[in-house]
Design a protein around this ligand. Structure first.
Ligand code: HXC
Ligand code: NAP
Length: 293
C-alpha cells in the first residue's frame, strides 16, 4: 500500500449525488473520477461546457459511472440556482456540494485593476457563497438532511501570501464561512469542512502561478519538508473520506495536506536546517561556554 493508491472500500459513495464546481479540469476532475469509482453520481460544472462534456465522456468510459456536465458561472446567482435545479433533475437529489472552482494569478497587488481584484473575489468567495446559499436554502426548505459541503481553500487562507492577495483574501473568507456554517447549519443536518492543499501540480494553477521558466526557478517541492509535491490521488482519498458517511462526526474542520509546507515557512528557527551536521558541535560548545560568562 502507498499514497498513490485508492483508500476507500468499493461502493463507499454509492447512493451519493455530488456536485463538483470546476470539475472539468485539475483537482476537481481527479476528485470527480474517484467519486465515480466509489459509486457516486457526479455533476460537474464550470463555464466551459465543451470541456465539461469531454471530461464526462472520458470519466464515464474510465469508471463506468454516471457523470453530468452542467454549464454555470458560479459568479452569477441566477445561473447557480439553475445549475442546482438541473443537477437535482438529473440525479434526483444532491447530497454533497464540493466548492472547488477558483480563479487566481500572480501579480504585485498595485498592478491590479479594481476589476482584476474583483474577478478573483467573485469566483472564489462569491462563487462559494452563491453555491452554498443556493444548495443550503434548498436543503433547509425541503427538510433534507445528511448533507455535506466541502470547500477547497489553501494554507495561505490563514498565513496570507504576497502576490496572490485577492486569492488569499477570498480563501480566508471561504474558511470563515466554512467554520461559521458548520455551527449554524448543523441543526439542519448539513456539515461543512475544508481541505487546504499544498502544491499539487495542475495545468490551471501552474500556468497562472508559475508561468514560463518560473516552474524551474521555483521548485515548489523544495519548500516542502517531505521534499515532494502532492499526488492527486492523495487529495482524492481525503476528499472522498470527507464527503462520505465515514466522516459524519467531522464538522467545521480544515484539513491541511501539504507535506508540512506552511509550517516550514512559519517556524522561527526552521531555517537552521541549512546548518551542516559538523557545525552543531561547535555551536553547542559556544552556547555552553556562555553559561558562566
Ligand atoms: C493582472 C490580470 C491578469 C494578470 C487577468 N487580469 N489576468 N491582471 N495580471 N495576470 C485582469 C484582466 O486584465 C481584467 O481586468 C480582469 O483581471 C479579469 O480578467 P478576464 O480575463 O476578463 O477574466 P475572466 O475571463 O473571468 O478570467 C478569470 C481569470 C482566468 C481568473 C483571470 O485566469 C481564469 O479563467 N482562471 C480560472 C482558472 C484558474 O485561475 N485556476 C487556477 C486556480 S489555482 P481589467 O481591469 O483589464 O478588465 C489556485 C491555487 C492556489 O487557486 C494555491 C496554489 C499553491
Ligand atoms: P484548475 O484546473 O484551473 O481548476 C479551476 C476550475 O475552476 C476550472 O475547472 C475552471 O473551469 C473553474 N472555474 C473558474 N472560474 C469559474 C467560474 N467563474 N465559474 C465556474 N467555474 C469556474 O485548477 P486546480 O489547481 O485544479 O484548482 C482546483 C482548486 O484547488 C481551487 O480551489 C484551487 O484554489 C485549489 N488549490 C489548488 C492547489 C494546487 O496546487 N493545484 C493548491 C491549493 C489549492 P472553467 O475555466 O471551465 O470555468
Amino acid at each position: 500500500m502507498n499514497y498513490t493508491q485508492k483508500m476507500l472500500r468499493d461502493d463507499a459513495l454509492r447512493g451519493k449525488n455530488i456536485v463538483v464546481t470546476g470539475g472539468g479540469s485539475g483537482l476537481g476532475k481527479t476528485m470527480t473520477k474517484y467519486f465515480l469509482e466509489l459509486g457516486a453520481q457526479v455533476a460537474i460544472t464550470s463555464r466551459n461546457l465543451k470541456k465539461l462534456e469531454t471530461t464526462v465522456e472520458e470519466l464515464e468510459k474510465e469508471t463506468g459511472g454516471e457523470c453530468f456536465a452542467i454549464q454555470c458561472d458560479v459568479r452569477n446567482y441566477d445561473e447557480v440556482e439553475k445549475m442546482r435545479d438541473e443537477a437535482i433533475s438529473k440525479m434526483g437529489s444532491v447530497d454533497v456540494l464540493l466548492n472547488n472552482a477558483a480563479g487566481n494569478f500572480i501579480s504585485p497587488t498595485e498592478r491590479l485593476s479594481s476589476n482584476a481584484f474583483d474577478t478573483i473575489i467573485d469566483i472564489v468567495l462569491k462563487g462559494t457563497k452563491n453555491c452554498t446559499l443556493a444548495f443550503g436554502k434548498h436543503w433547509i426548505d425541503q427538510k433534507e438532511n445528511n448533507k455535506t459541503v466541502l470547500n477547497i481553500v489553501t494554507t495561505y487562507a490563514w498565513t496570507g501570501s504576497a502576490y496572490v492577495v485577492p486569492s488569499a483574501t477570498a480563501k480566508a473568507g471561504v474558511l470563515a464561512m466554512t467554520r461559521s456554517l458548520a455551527v449554524e447549519w448543523a441543526k439542519y443536518g448539513i456539515r461543512f469542512n475544508a481541505i487546504a492543499p499544498g502544491p499539487f501540480p495542475t495545468k490551471g494553477a501552474w500556468d497562472r502561478l508559475l508561468p514560463g521558466d518560473l516552474k524551474d526557478k521555483f521548485d515548489l517541492a523544495k519548500k516542502v519538508p517531505l521534499q515532494r509535491v502532492g499526488e492527486h490521488q492523495e487529495l482524492a482519498n481525503l476528499a472522498a473520506y470527507l464527503v462520505s458517511d465515514f466522516s459524519t462526526y467531522v464538522n467545521g474542520e480544515v484539513i491541511t495536506i501539504d507535506g508540512g509546507e506552511w509550517l516550514k515557512g512559519a517556524g522561527q528557527f526552521n531555517l537552521l536546517e541549512a546548518i551542516p551536521e559538523e557545525l552543531w558541535d561547535q555551536l553547542e560548545q559556544m552556547i555552553k561556554a556562555k553559561k558562566n560568562a
